[in-house]
Design a protein around this ligand. Sequence first.
Ligand SMILES: [Mn+2]
Length: 348
Amino acid sequence: MKMTFRWYGESDPVTLSHIRQIPNMSGVVTAVYDVPVGQVWPRERIAALRALCQNAGLAMEVIESVPVHEDIKLGRPTRDLYIQNYAENIRRLGEAGVRCVCYNFMPVFDWLRTDLHEKTEDGANVLAYEHQTLASLDPAHLSLPGWDESYTPDQLSGLLAAYRGIGHRELFDNLVYFLRGVLPACNEVGIDMAIHPDDPPWDMFGLPRILSSEEDIDRLFAALPDPHNGLTFCTGSLGAGRDNHLLRMAEKYARAGRIPFAHIRQIRYRGERDFAECGHLTAAGSLDIFGIVRALVRGGFDGYVRPDHGRNIWGEDGKPGYGLYDRALGATYLNGLFEAVQYYEREN
Ligand SMILES: [Mn+2]
C-alpha cells in the first residue's frame, strides 16, 4: 500500500510541506487543472508540477483526474480527436513517472451532494446527500453547492438534450470504445487506468450511470481484460449503494489485480438513499472500514490509497471535503488499520 493525499495544486490552501508531515505519506494525487477538458497537457506544465511535488519529498504517481470530454461519452464523431489527445496525455504522464490515472464516465454531472456544510453534533461540517431534494431540481438550471457552473444554461440544455438518445447500453459501448483507444498508450508507458465509480451510484436526472454495482464492474472487466483496465475502489461512492457488498468486491477485485487505487472514506446511511459523510472510523458510520481494509489486504492489494473526503474540523475553512486535518486523521487511521491487518495476516 502506498499512502497518498489529494492536492489541488498551488492554489490549494493545504501545502505540500503539511502533506509531507503526515506519517507514511508517499505522494500526492493531483492534476494540471487549468487546461480545458479534451486538450493535451503541455509537457512543461506536467514537469513543473512533478518538480514541485518532488522538491517537497512527495511522488506524483497518481493523477486525478484526466477528465473525459463529453463528446467521448456521447459517441460523437469528434470523439476520435479527443481520444487521441487523451492517449497523448497518457504517454506524457507516463514519461513523467505517473503510474495511475483516475477518471470517471458519468454524463454531465460528477459527484452530487445537497449540502457541503452540514453541521454535526460536535461542531464539524460534512457533506450530505438528500435524494428527494436533488431529484426535484431541474438539471438544466442546477444551482448546487460545489457545482462549478462551467456550462451556461444554454450549453447545459443542449448537452442534456444530446443525452436523450444515450441509454446504459450506448454509454457502456462508448466507454469501451474510449478505453480501446487509450489502453495501447497505457501499455506503452505502464499506466493503469482506474475508473471512479458513480457517485452516487444510480442514474441522476434521467442520465444513465454505468459504474454503480458489482455487475457493472464485472461487465467492464469482461469486455476489456487488459490488465491496465482498472478500478478506483471508492468505498464512499460504491457504499452509498446499499446492495453493494463492499467486502466481497474489495477482495475479489484486489485478487484479480484490478484495484490500482483506493479511495477510502466513511458515510452514514439515513433514508433509503440519503447519507451524510463522516470521519473515517468504522464506528462513525455505516461502512465496515476495517473489514474493507482486511479484504483488500487478503486480496493482495498493493496499490495507492488515499483518505477520501474528510470533515471540516478545528476551525479549518477549506475546500469542502478536502481540508487538511480530518483527512490527515483519516490517513493515520488507515495506516493503523493496514499495519495491524498486514501484521496479523503475516502471523496467521
Ligand atoms: Mn472517491
